[in-house]
Design a protein around this ligand. Sequence first.
Ligand SMILES: C[S@@+](CC[C@H](N)C(=O)[O-])C[C@H]1O[C@@H](n2cnc3c(N)ncnc32)[C@H](O)[C@@H]1O
Length: 191
Amino acid sequence: MTWQEFLVESLTSPSEVRAVASSSQGLAELITDLASLDDADAVIELGPGSGVFTEKIVEKTKVGSTFLAFEVNHRFVEVTRRRCPRCTVLQQSAVHARKHLNESGHEHCDSVVSGLPWATFSESEQDDLLDAVSEVLRPGGTFVALAYVSALLLPRGRGFRRKLHQRFTDVEQSRVVWRNMPPAFVYRAVR
Ligand SMILES: C[S@@+](CC[C@H](N)C(=O)[O-])C[C@H]1O[C@@H](n2cnc3c(N)ncnc32)[C@H](O)[C@@H]1O
């Protein structure tokens, strides 16, 4: 998907996409390096968009592992399915992750990789989505989430960081990827 097509999708479905461009390769490399993917038997991605992180997750997980991605935008679902056939891309909100993980034969997953725009969600949406993450992630599992630097200026961006510290142990912030548009970093948290 070109950047122009991504922009069209973000302009025509702004309430879903809530980003102007797909993430850079540098950010995709960073978030997937932090996601403890090497030995993972089951991985979940939230909000893959055009599949930039998805492609790297496929590269870094072992063959035979389960990989489910949850995306609400139908155009992005099609694009990511084509780009990453090894990933099961579901056109579903991430809040339904547990049901689909259980149907795939797993009680828990080892890693959750999030490209969701957390700072644009209401308090209750953040809580519902974080509940879904806690439900699927095994104790000791890794949760990594993309965050825009600019989101730290927003009350909901800071609220999301607070919620992470309340719900997870070992919450860390990565270096900033300035070449991403907009500049972004990664939260890494352990359940
Ligand atoms: C900021 S974009 C990031 C896309 C991609 N991960 C990237 O970094 O380029 C956020 C994505 O989350 C999707 N999304 C928003 N709310 C969602 C939800 N509740 N469940 C699943 N996907 C959602 C949007 O459609 C969009 O593709």
